[in-house]
Design a protein around this ligand. Structure first.
Ligand SMILES: *Cc1c(COP(=O)(O)O)cnc(C)c1O
Length: 342
């Protein structure tokens, strides 16, 4: 039985071309800021996103932690979606490590609503209430189902924050997917925020790494914070080379992942109507109304399809570089049959 693993787009293995690029990478000591491949990656991602400087990090969680710590002093708050990765999936790091508190807004699909943010934001709350230092958005929205934040909404939130002197952070782990799906240039997204994190190890298929971008001054401070956390690294150019290779070869092909998500969703929908929403990018949320999510995950695994439960009745499938459109159509048919009781 060939297994179709749709648990995450982090599961991809580096391609042979990527491995060759890693082998040949010129390297140096990055704590001394002397690794030419790391420097090239940081400069390239910063330029792509319309920012001055970049910092290569081991994970997206680390890039988010650094980005938010730059803006939020201990005891003040970041506002974000209740299902944001920073709120749900970073193990409380922002509070545990940097004294950051959070308040959240609630959405159906992760798409931010500027009026909710206007109601929450309070940059100068006085001596009794917590003051807002930062608003963090996520694009695409992971637990919202790979949803794209429409550009006008992002522009509004950016303007509201800018007018009030509140910092803006974008968790752009899958910003590449939003860019490919909409055609909005990366720097148009990037310039709306003070800092942006992007992942190289999701759809882009690198084995390791994220980049945080911002002003030269901000990234200088982030470099110090990273070292303080013990996350300075040495000849990291071996890993940065995979990121550069991914930028050269794997951005455009994200459209294939989006087509694979469509094929998966269509195959489920054909057999179990109204159990999926039409996907916007590479994530499909399947609602398992008549059985528990864990049960659907287990039954699908028995038939060679790996998924993850993201709620009591909600299952997530993520398409990526290591699965084809045909694999995903077949996987969707299996999931649809299980939901239909066949
Ligand atoms: C995957 C992900 C991250 C970073 O995850 P790491 O596993 O720490 O690299 C950040 N934000 C979102 C929305 C993600 O999906």
């Amino acid at each position: 039985m060939t297994v179709v693993d749709l648990r995450s787009d982090t599961l991809t293995a580096p391609t042979s071309g990527m491995r060759a690029a890693m082998m040949d990478a010129p390297v140096g000591d990055d704590v001394y800021d002397e690794d030419p491949t790391v420097r090239a990656l940081e400069a390239r991602v910063a330029a792509l996103l319309g920012h001055e400087a970049g910092l290569f990090t081991a994970t997206g969680s680390l890039a988010n932690q650094l980005g938010i710590a730059l803006h939020v002093a201990p005891g003040s708050e970041v506002l974000c979606d209740a299902r944001a990765h920073i709120a749900r999936a970073e193990l409380g790091a922002h509070a545990a490590l940097h004294g950051v508190t959070m308040r959240t807004w609630v959405t159906n699909d992760g798409v931010a609503d500027a009026s909710q943010i206007t109601n929450l934001i309070e940059p100068d709350a006085g001596p009794f209430l917590v003051s807002t230092s930062c608003v963090a958005l996520e694009n695409t929205h992971n637990f919202g189902g790979g949803t794209i934040q429409p550009l006008p909404g992002l522009q509004r939130v950016s303007r509201i924050c800018g007018d009030l002197g509140v910092a803006r952070h974008l968790d752009g782990a899958r910003l590449w997917n939003a860019h490919v799906a909409t055609g909005v240039p990366l720097d148009v997204y990037g310039r709306l925020f003070d800092t942006v994190s992007v992942c190289l190890s999701k759809g882009l298929g690198a084995p390791v790494g994220s980049v945080l971008v911002g002003s030269r001054e901000a990234i200088g401070r982030a470099r110090v914070l990273r070292k303080r956390l013990g996350a300075g690294w040495r000849q990291a150019g071996i890993l940065a080379a995979a990121g550069l290779y991914a930028l050269d070869h794997h951005i455009g092909r994200l459209a294939d992942d989006h087509a694979a998500a469509e094929a998966f969703a269509a195959a489920v929908e054909e057999r179990a109507p109204r159990s999926v929403k039409d996907p916007e990018t590479n994530i499909v949320l399947v609602s398992a109304e008549k059985m528990k999510a864990a049960k659907l995950v287990a039954l699908a695994a028995d038939r060679g399809v790996r998924l993850s439960a993201v709620g009591p009745k909600l299952v997530r499938a993520v398409t990526h570089l290591d699965v084809t459109v045909e694999d995903c159509a077949r996987a969707g048919a299996i999931v649809g049959e299980i939901l239909a009781g066949r």
